[in-house]
Design a protein around this ligand. Structure first.
Ligand SMILES: [Zn+2]
Length: 228
């Protein structure tokens, strides 16, 4: 079951108070409707009863999908120091074989859900994304500021990402063959999780950068020792 509270909030525009639903946890297996509303943005949207002005809600929320064996803890960047919720972590702490992730933005939360629902490994996805980011920067001559997993098709043999390019954050879709995903698994393995560690891990672009560095280093060491 999802865990929901009601909370009073003050409209930033007109100052009127309204009651809103605040989700402490969203359980995708028992409440697929909330999964749907989270992904389409409905769940974290609120409209003032008085003046009708809309606002986006951002608060810590634990998303769990026991059917697909993953949990994503969404803690908005600004709240990062006040948390995490230890009671909540303990409640889910004992479960085995569950992938646990921590994200700081709503877009990352959605991305993780899409990745795990497609039965893909988000560590490998981050490695592929890092490689394709370089490709996009070469092709456009501009800096990539972010990017999200946006395509996966076995029939078309494509995996792809939507990148945000340049100052305007223009969208640029870059896809590649699934073979690249399979090959990247060896790189991602350099950042293998400790299976006894039950904490919520951040797997993002910095994670991928570190892993790529480690992988290259290991490879150099191996090459060095054979040469001697
Ligand atoms: Zn209002």
């Amino acid at each position: 079951m999802s865990s929901i509270m009601t909370k009073k909030i003050t409209c930033p525009k007109c100052g009127a108070e309204s009651e809103i639903k605040v989700f402490k946890t969203v359980n995708a297996a028992t409440d697929p409707i909330y999964r749907e509303q989270l992904l389409n943005g409905e769940l974290l949207k609120y409209t003032c009863d008085q003046c009708g002005s809309p606002a986006q809600l951002r608060y810590p929320l634990l998303y769990n999908d026991m059917k697909n064996n993953f949990m994503v803890y969404f803690i908005p960047e600004i709240d990062r120091d006040k948390l995490t919720d230890e009671a909540l972590e303990k409640q889910f702490g004992e479960l085995e074989g569950i992938t646990r992730r921590l994200v700081g933005s709503y877009n990352e939360l959605k991305e993780k859900i899409h990745i795990f629902e497609a039965n893909l490994d988000d560590r490998v996805i981050e490695v592929v994304k890092a490689a394709l980011k370089d490709v996009v920067e070469k092709r456009t001559g501009e800096e990539v500021t972010g990017g999200y997993f946006s395509k996966y098709s076995v029939d078309e043999d494509r995996i792809g990402f939507t990148f945000f390019v340049g100052d305007e954050g223009e969208q640029f879709v870059q896809t590649t063959r699934l073979e690249i995903y399979e090959k990247s698994a060896a790189v991602a393995a350099a950042g293998e999780d400790d299976p006894t560690d039950r904490s919520f891990k951040i797997v993002d672009r910095n994670w991928a950068r570190n892993v790529l560095y480690k992988y290259k280093k290991n490879k150099e060491n191996r090459a060095g020792s054979t040469a001697q």
